[in-house]
Every structure is written in structure tokens, then in C-alpha cells.
Ligand binder design. Structure first.
Ligand SMILES: Cc1ncc(C[n+]2csc(CCOP(=O)(O)OP(=O)(O)O)c2C)c(N)n1
Ligand SMILES: [Mg+2]
Length: 859
């Protein structure tokens, strides 16, 4: 038998990839196999047997020293963790030394470190990252205070069953310099909580401590096993300064021996019981909560719905895209409340925490319930009394495959009967009717005020189908879901828990994970104003800028918290709350903050992130289109104000949206505007301006004057220099603005405004964005400025967008009216419908993935 040392040595040549679950349509993230930088000796030497005495304490980490802290990060890297979201403090000197050493000595075999000003940002980013990959990332926080500052992020990861590895330092154990790491500062006495780990114990799958450097990697490995075994969740490892500073011999673990628990299947009897019950039911119903977390499962659920015509699928959680909205069996998403639960005779619950609200939509007394879940007892929830005639701990993906196989072998003939065919027809008709009703809800006139319905519709209309929506829309969420109608697995990600503010960091984590996995599409955060404000938005926006993580954020400004009003109404429908003002309820955010400005300011570099505000459908549509182009280009958004057309010919030109500079035409003005703001266009424009400048050194000055004059004639206000605003910026500070912010990747490639220094004029928008030469083929420049108008220069003044030349982010505005009927909206029953295009869900392409998708091929 191998000794521990022998095993470690053997492991040194076998270390490889940490097994990862495969996700439908998600290629495995690239993983660099571990190279062994320092060979483990044949026999692992014992940890320094003699504790360091004071005279031996080293005050600095010598080059080449291998400490517990270094082994911690090495262990994380070897286990496949690519990113550490850090908020460091006085407990971390050896951690910091190790981080530097790794960065300098093995930058390619070392996690990336993301500095997070708020711990809530850190844990939410790790949460978002894991929601895409299923794999934990690391969060490093500072003793008890940093642990507490993760706040409800720990709840979110726990309740949402999201794997996250958390390391927190502990105050030094020694007071007088006995060991490296002994107390050296005042706060080392103040931050020693009696039981630091107790702060998060009840939320974590594992809580441990690195008590000795010798087994730090084993501690990491065990913690990660818990984090990655279902039900997944956060794990917390603490380590005191002295322990983390210990010098140990390098070693590695064989990652193949540290795998999480594999998937579990249903027993044969359970497969038969469930299959027979579903086939025999009059009104079978599947209720799911988070089964879409495994991206392969929606496809199997579609197969089940297709095999058993008449089966309906109700998504109670809205935490993931669990079942495609466009399928006739879909009832969409309602938080536990749908009337279908009241008439179903057989209910199959799949990964579901709250299948119904007993006080509101009780199921039939004679119904049969079966429950398959990675956590069927809701282990963390003391009061959870939902009945089930059968309950199994199994992964839905595995269980559904078993049930489908059984149905194929025993019931395929029976399920072809006319009884089922009639049910199918009825379901299609109901679904169609439901979609028609949903389609009636958004009012999309240009001047219509914004609400959850039309914002959802505009997001669907303006953003591409490969967009990943990170949604924290609270009382607007059902409306947004109804309009967005998510169909692609992974396209809708909502917080698994209830701690608001999650999406500020999570959207960034999602973006990082998609980028690391080279997956397409932009990320759009849709967040309530209360949620946005709750969790250090400035920290998240700053991280977005610092690490160039481009996302589009839409803040739904309904003037504060709507949810508490709904909750109060439910308990006291005729209580004092009825007719009370928002201020009386203490739910008002009046006077409303300017969220877009807040975001712009936090992005450190003026103009990198652009904030916009708006109140109407037209404004939001324009802004979303512009935002999209900036985010897609990933760089080069710029402050820019389109001069309004001044002549009749210019005005008429608005009907033909052509950029003659780039020779591109657009059918809609917003698209054209978005193009004008694009990096490509601005790049061409700069080149053109440079050429012009070399021919005529006074061109810039003239251009500025011309632009100023044009703005004045068009009645445009001067914008704040940090605004980087578009022509649609407004200074409306009223309540009920919907604000959206977009950040783009990279700071290069601005344009539009004037840049400082010798190239000032080269960034000048000489005559608006488009070329001024006569358009070929009779097509007109939409901006319509005439050459001679340029020549008439007014007084020169620096244009307000001057500082925006390095902008890479846009901000959009709109108005989201408080959804006064949010509760009834949430509870509305629409029946069933077809989707707007008449395009039913295609089971041949169950998850909307492409032909090369490995899961599709193997399916
Ligand atoms: C950390 C935390 N604090 C408070 C709450 C209680 N809460 C739930 S929803 C909500 C309001 C959210 O406001 P907003 O995002 O604006 O959504 P709206 O209610 O307006 O739709 C509050 C305060 C919570 N869930 N989590
Ligand atoms: Mg709100």
C-alpha cells in the first residue's frame, strides 16, 4: 500500500483535468493541464517538525519559498479553478505574497485574480460564473468582516445550489511574533470572532480549516468535492496567518482521486411507477424549479412532453430556462403560483423547491405526486411539507432518460391513440391562445411609457437570440419572461436564491464564463432599481471597467421597491397599506437617483461606460439598438451627438438610412444610429479626418464650430462632459425612469468626441457622423449637413462629448412605470398559446443548438 507521501509522488505524474460535468451545447472550458513546476521528492518530507521560534521567524517570503498559501492557490489551479475573486486584508500577507509569486513565476499556470471592492461583487461573480459552467470558482475574503460582507451572496449560492469555494483568513493565533504571521497590527485582536466559521456554517455544504499546511490541498480537494456534488453549494475554508505562512514541501494531488459524487439514477420500480402514472393521467403536469441548470435537461423534458401528449410543464422558479416557452406544453414561469396545479391529477416535480403556494393554489386532494430532485427533502428548509407519493434523490437528466426509455419500450403504441392526439390538439390551441394574449399586453407606440411588458418585448425585439439574460426583475420578472419567451437552455439565468443585488456581480461572472468558454452572445442584466442599489453597484461597475467585461444593464426604475407592497397586500388586502403612499410604506426611492450617471461615474474613465435614460418605447428602442452595437463591437463606444437635420432635404433623408462613409444602408433609423456609434464607423471616420487634417490644418477648428452651430440650431442641450451621451440623453430626473447601461470591452478606438492633444481634430466629428460627400446612387446622408453650412462657423467651443473619445460603453434610458398590478400580473392565467411566429418548438432542434452540438449528435 502506498504511503501518503507515495501517493502524492505518484500523483505528481498523473495530475490532469479535474472531471467536469458536460453541458449540453457548452463546450468544456479550456483547461491547461498542470505542469509540475517543482518535482515532489520521492518521499514527502515531514512538515517542519520543529515550530519556528522567534529568532527563526522570517519576515519575508524568500524567492522559491513554498508556503501553505502558495499551495492553496496551486491546489485550486490544479483542481480546475481558473479565477479567484479577491478582497484582501491584514489576514492575507502570505496569500498576497503567494499571489505575486505565482503571477511572476508561472503566469500561465495560475488563476487569474479579480479585485472586487465589495465581497458581494466577488461572491456574485463566482456565482454567475458557476451558473454557466457548473464549476466552482474561488472567493477570497478577509476574516469575519469580509465573511459578513459577502452577505446574502452566501444565501444565494446556498439556496440556489451554486458551487463556490470561499477562503477566509483567520486572525493570527500568536501574539508576540512566535511564528511568521503572528499578530502585528491593532485589528488582529478585534477581528477574532469566537467562531468565524459559524457565520456561514448553516449555508455551506462544507466548512473547514487549514490547520496545518501539510494537508492544505486535501482540505481544498474535500471542500471542492462537497461544492461540486449535488446538491451543490458554497464551501468555506478558513486559515490563520501563521498556518498560511508555513513553509512546506511542494506536492500535488491526483485530481482523478478527488472527483465529486457521480450522478444517481432512479431504481427500476420508480421508473415504472412514474411512467405508468404519467401515461395513465387525465391531466398530467410537470412542475420544475431549476432542472434547466443542467443544460441537457430541457431537451429531455421536451421529449417527455412530446411522448405524452397533453402533459403540461409549469416552471415555478424561473431560475433557469427549464422548458422552452415556445413548446405547446409550456405554461411559462410563475413563482409557484399557477392554476394548473389545481386541476392536475398526476404531478411530477423535477428539481423543484416550491411546487405551489398551499395558501393560494392547492392541488387536488386525489392527485398523485412524484418528486425527483437532487435535494428532494429541501434539506436546508425546516418547514417544507409538500406531499409526494414517491420521492427520489436523482439527477433529472439521468432520471428522464430512464423514463423516456421505459416509455419507448412499453407505451409507444398506446400513446399514439386518438385520446392522446386530441389532447395534443387541445394543448396547441390553448398555447396559441395564451401567446396571443401575451402579445396583446405590450403597448409599443413610440410615446408609450415603459413597463415590464413592453420592456420585455423591446429586449426581445432589439437583442439577438444568443443573448444571455441575467434577470433580477423581481415583480416585473413574470412580465419580462412572458415577453422574452426564453427557449434556449442557458439563455435565462435568474438568482437561485432571494438576496437582491445578485445580478450586479452575477452578470459579470456569466460574461466571464461565456468568454472563457468562447461562447457567443452578449450578456444583458435586467435588474430592478431596488436590487441594483442593494449590492454595491459601483463596485460591480468598476470591476466591469477594470477587467473590461462588457455587459448591457437595464435598470427597471419603478421608483423603489414594489415587492413589499405586494407582500403586504397579500396579507392585509384591506389594511392600512391600501391607498397608502410609497413613502408611508417606506418603499419609495424618491427622489430617484440617476442610475446611468451612477454607473458612468463608477467606471473610472469618463465615457468608458455610457449611461442613458428614457421614458418611452421609442427612446428605449433607439438606445437598445445603439447599445447592442457597442457591446457587440466590444470596444470603441464613444460620446456622440447626432446633429438634427436642419434642411428639408436632410429631413427627408431620414427615410433612407445610409452611411456613405462605410457604404452601409439600414432600414431603420435606430440601426443606423447604432452603426454611427460603432467602432468600425468611428475608425473610418478618424482616418478620414486625419487625411483631411493633413490637407487642411484648420479643418478641426472649423468642424468644431460647425458642430456647435449645428447643435444650437437643432436645439440640443449641452451634455455633461462625462455623459458620453447620445442624442437621446435627457436630463429628466424624474422618478420612473428606466435606465440601462452598457459596457464594452477595451478602451481604445473611441471617436465622435474631441480627443486631447495633438490629435484632437482627428477625433472630431467634422459634420456629424456620416460622410458629407454626395451619396452614390442618390442615397442621402441621413444627417444631411451641407458643406457650405460647415463653412459658416460660429464660435468655437469644445463639444460636450470631448471626453468620451475612449468610451466603450453606452447607457440607455427608458421609463418603467410601477407595475401597480404586478401581483395580478404575476398571477394571471393566460391559458395556452402558440408563439407569435406560429413557430412551435422543434423537437428536432430541442435546444436551439446547432448541428455540431455534441449532445444533439448523440441524442
Ligand atoms: C438582501 C435583501 N434585502 C431585502 C430583500 C427584500 N426584498 C425582496 S424584493 C425587494 C424589492 C426589490 O426592489 P426592485 O428590485 O426595485 O424590484 P420591484 O419590487 O420594484 O419590482 C426587497 C426589498 C431581499 N430579498 N434581499
Ligand atoms: Mg423597483
Amino acid at each position: 500500500m502506498l504511503s501518503r507521501a507515495g501517493r502524492a509522488n505518484r500523483a505528481a505524474v498523473r495530475v490532469g483535468q479535474f472531471p467536469r460535468p458536460s453541458y449540453h451545447c457548452l463546450p468544456k472550458l479550456p483547461f491547461t493541464p498542470i505542469r509540475h513546476f517543482s518535482k515532489a521528492p520521492a518521499v514527502q518530507p515531514a512538515f517542519k517538525s520543529k515550530p519556528l521560534i522567534k529568532s527563526e521567524v522570517s519576515t519575508e517570503m524568500k524567492p522559491g519559498q513554498y508556503t501553505t498559501a502558495f499551495a492553496l492557490f496551486e491546489g485550486l489551479w490544479e483542481a480546475g479553478i481558473k479565477t479567484c475573486f479577491v478582497n484582501v486584508g491584514s489576514d492575507h500577507p502570505s496569500i498576497i505574497e503567494a499571489i505575486i509569486k505565482g503571477k511572476r513565476e508561472r503566469p500561465n499556470n495560475w488563476p487569474q485574480f479579480v479585485t472586487c471592492p465589495s465581497e458581494m461583487t466577488a461572491i456574485s461573480m463566482a456565482d454567475g460564473y458557476a451558473r454557466v459552467t457548473g464549476q466552482p470558482q474561488a472567493v477570497i475574503v478577509h476574516v469575519d468582516v469580509g465573511t459578513q460582507a459577502m452577505a446574502h451572496g452566501v444565501h444565494n449560492a446556498s439556496v440556489g445550489r451554486v458551487p463556490v469555494f470561499i477562503f477566509a483568513g483567520l486572525c493570527p493565533y500568536t501574539e508576540s511574533g512566535e511564528l511568521t504571521g503572528s499578530r502585528t497590527e491593532y485589528m488582529h485582536w478585534l477581528q477574532e470572532a469566537p467562531d468565524q466559521k459559524a457565520i456561514v456554517r448553516q449555508y455551506c455544504r462544507y466548512v473547514g480549516e487549514v490547520r496545518v499546511g501539510l494537508n492544505v490541498k486535501e482540505t481544498v480537494g474535500r471542500a471542492l468535492q462537497f461544492a461540486s456534488s449535488v446538491p451543490k453549494g458554497p464551501v468555506y475554508v478558513a486559515g490563520a496567518r501563521e498556518v498560511m505562512a508555513q513553509t512546506i514541501e511542494p506536492y500535488s494531488l491526483s485530481q482523478e482521486e478527488w472527483v465529486p459524487i457521480g450522478p444517481s439514477a432512479l431504481p427500476d420500480e420508480a421508473v415504472e411507477t412514474i411512467a405508468r402514472a404519467l401515461v395513465g393521467a387525465e391531466k398530467p403536469l410537470v412542475i420544475t424549479g431549476y432542472s434547466g441548470r443542467d443544460r441537457r435537461t430541457p431537451e429531455l423534458l421536451v421529449q417527455l412532453a412530446d411522448k405524452i401528449p397533453g402533459l403540461r410543464v409549469h416552471d415555478t422558479g424561473g431560475s433557469d430556462m427549464c422548458f422552452p416557452f415556445s413548446h405547446p406544453a409550456s405554461l411559462g414561469f410563475r413563482l409557484g403560483y399557477d392554476k394548473s396545479t389545481s386541476d392536475a391529477d398526476v404531478v411530477l416535480m423535477l428539481d423543484c423547491d416550491v411546487p405551489w403556494i398551499p395558501a393560494r393554489n392547492q392541488p387536488r386532494k386525489d392527485a398523485k405526486f412524484y418528486h425527483i430532485d437532487v435535494d428532494p427533502l429541501n434539506q436546508q428548509i425546516p418547514v417544507s411539507f409538500f406531499p409526494a407519493h414517491g420521492r427520489w434523490k436523482s439527477e433529472c437528466h439521468t432520471a428522464l432518460k430512464q423514463i423516456l426509455r421505459y416509455l419507448d419500450s412499453d407505451f409507444s403504441a398506446e400513446l399514439q391513440s386518438t385520446r392522446y392526439a386530441a389532447r395534443k390538439e387541445a394543448l396547441i390551441a390553448q398555447h396559441k391562445e395564451r401567446l396571443n394574449q401575451i402579445a396583446q399586453l405590450p403597448r409599443l407606440g413610440d410615446n408609450d411609457p415603459l413597463n415590464g411588458h413592453n420592456i420585455g418585448q423591446l429586449l426581445k425585439e432589439c437583442l439577438p437570440s444568443d443573448t444571455t439574460f441575467v434577470v433580477e426583475a423581481v415583480t416585473c420578472a413574470p412580465m419580462i419572461a412572458d415577453q422574452l419567451q426564453p427557449t434556449r437552455p442557458g439563455s435565462w439565468i435568474n438568482c437561485g436564491g432571494t438576496g437582491i443585488g445578485w445580478s450586479n456581480g452575477a452578470a459579470l461572472g456569466v460574461r466571464m464564463a461565456l468568454s472563457d468558454g468562447k461562447l457567443p452572445g452578449i450578456v444583458c442584466q435586467v435588474v430592478g432599481d431596488g436590487s441594483f442599489m442593494c449590492a454595491s453597484p459601483s463596485s460591480a461597475v468598476w470591476v466591469s471597467y477594470k477587467y473590461q467585461i462588457p455587459i448591457l444593464t437595464v435598470v427597471l426604475n419603478n421608483g423603489g421597491w414594489n415587492a413589499p407592497r405586494s407582500s403586504t397586500e397579500l396579507v392585509y388586502p384591506d389594511g392600512l397599506n391600501k391607498g397608502a403612499t410609497d413613502d408611508e410604506l417606506n418603499i419609495s426611492f424618491e427622489p430617484s437617483p440617476n442610475y446611468s450617471k451612477l454607473a458612468e461615474a463608477a467606471a473610472a474613465e469618463a465615457g468608458w461606460l455610457r449611461g442613458m435614460r428614457g421614458k418611452t418605447v421609442k427612446e428605449l428602442r433607439v438606445q437598445l439598438n445603439e447599445a447592442l452595437e457597442h457591446v457587440q463591437s466590444g470596444r470603441g463606444a464613444r460620446g456622440f451627438t447626432n446633429p438634427a437635420p436642419k434642411t428639408e432635404s436632410a429631413r427627408s433623408a431620414l427615410s433612407s438610412f445610409t452611411c456613405t462613409l462605410c457604404n452601409k444602408s439600414y432600414s431603420r433609423h435606430p440601426e443606423y444610429e447604432a452603426h454611427i456609434g460603432s467602432y468600425d464607423h468611428q475608425h473610418r471616420k478618424r482616418l478620414q479626418d486625419l487625411k483631411q487634417l493633413s490637407r487642411d490644418p484648420n479643418a478641426a477648428e472649423r468642424a468644431r464650430r460647425a458642430e456647435k452651430k449645428a447643435d444650437a440650431e437643432a436645439g440640443l442641450k449641452k451634455l455633461d462632459s462625462t455623459a458620453g451621451g447620445s442624442g437621446n440623453n435627457n436630463n429628466n430626473n424624474n422618478n420612473n425612469n428606466n435606465a440601462a447601461a452598457v459596457s464594452g470591452r477595451g478602451t481604445a478606438g473611441g471617436g465622435g468626441g474631441f480627443k486631447k492633444g495633438g490629435f484632437k481634430s482627428s477625433f472630431t466629428t467634422v459634420k456629424g457622423a456620416a460622410a458629407t460627400t454626395a451619396p452614390p446612387g442618390g442615397r442621402k446622408n441621413v444627417l444631411g449637413d451641407d458643406e457650405d453650412e460647415d463653412a459658416e462657423s460660429g464660435e468655437a467651443e469644445k463639444k460636450n462629448s470631448s471626453t468620451a473619445s475612449t468610451t466603450t460603453a453606452v447607457a440607455v434610458s427608458g421609463v418603467a412605470h410601477r407595475a401597480a398590478d404586478a401581483e395580478s400580473d404575476t398571477d394571471n392565467d393566460y391559458g395556452y398559446q402558440n408563439d407569435g411566429d406560429g413557430a412551435y418548438y422543434d423537437p428536432a432542434k430541442p435546444t436551439g443548438c446547432n448541428a455540431s452540438c455534441p449532445s444533439l449528435v448523440s441524442a
